[in-house]
Design a protein around this ligand. Structure first.
Ligand code: HPA
Length: 272
């Protein structure tokens, strides 16, 4: 990846971002963007004004960075993300993680909307990520090695930090939210999967499928950050659902789950 893109993005942020390390960085996927409760906003910038990120191209992706305080914690929130399928390169996809790393933040929460593969899942359920399958076969760390991003061959046996998974389970229990632990299959998109692909991913051990999260998780884990991931099941995956898939269904499901997601993230922030 081209570090100069990251340098430009960091230079464009106010000094406030680098004065104190955030306790947590969150990257919010489709529909999760409105889920934040803010006590005191310190910095708010539209992605359109952040070099290297650019305006979000996907409906439901807010495209705003916020640094704020909530319940005594300092939070860096990226509301909306860029995806591999947008053709904007890995830099734009992992830029939020690199900025978090440069701010000195050691903890990352990734959220997304995903298709449910495991037959016990229903739309509206949350899945706490315990592992992932990168069906795309490539990742942001391919290319010349930058030691700041970890070893040349980073271990991926434990990407999603156990302690943060425990906290996510505790929050789900307290709030009475249906949340199981599961494995996320990352696909390139922008096409949804075929029923045969979904059967294949199921036999490989995937519980949910989506087009995001894994690049950021891989990069953050290699850099030594603690990583947590939560998928909202917005629809049943292809072949499990009886109807064709569409993005509008994803947005509708995430809109319906706003209150649950807001409460869930808020409590996680307070106790992680
Ligand atoms: N497949 C891939 N990505 C998704 C899905 C899906 O079914 N739902 C939401 N994002």
């Amino acid at each position: 990846m081209n570090s100069m893109i990251f340098d430009k993005a960091a230079d464009a942020l106010p000094d406030e971002c680098f004065s104190v390390a955030p306790d947590l960085t969150v990257i919010l996927g489709s529909g999760w963007g409105q889920a934040l409760k803010v006590d005191r906003l310190l910095v708010g910038i539209s992605y359109a004004d952040m070099p290297g990120l650019g305006a979000a191209t996907v409906a439901g992706h807010a495209g705003e960075f916020k640094l704020y305080e909530r319940a005594g914690k300092r939070i860096a929130a990226f509301c909306g993300r860029r995806h591999w399928y947008e053709g904007v390169g890995w830099e734009a996809v992992v830029l939020p993680v690199e900025l978090a790393r440069r701010m000195g933040c050691g903890k990352l929460l990734l959220t997304n909307a995903s298709g449910g593969i495991n037959p016990v899942l229903r739309p509206g359920d949350l899945v706490i990520l315990k592992d992932h399958i990168n069906t795309v076969g490539i990742n942001p760390l391919a290319g010349s090695h930058n030691p700041a991003w970890g070893p040349r061959f980073p271990d991926m046996s434990d990407v999603y930090t156990q302690h943060l998974r425990d906290v996510l389970h505790a929050v789900a229990n307290r709030q009475g939210v249906r949340a199981m632990e599961g494995t996320y299959a990352f696909t390139a998109g922008p096409v949804f999967e075929t029923p045969a692909e979904i059967r294949a991913y199921r036999s490989m051990g995937a519980d949910v499928v989506g087009m995001s999260t894994v690049p950021e998780a891989v990069f953050a884990h290699a850099c030594g950050m603690q990583v947590a991931g939560v998928a909202l099941v917005s629809n049943l995956a292809a072949g499990i659902s009886s109807k064709p898939l569409c993005h509008a269904e994803v947005l509708e499901a995430t809109a319906g789950a706003q209150a649950v997601m807001a409460g869930f993230i808020d409590e996680f922030m307070a106790c992680c």
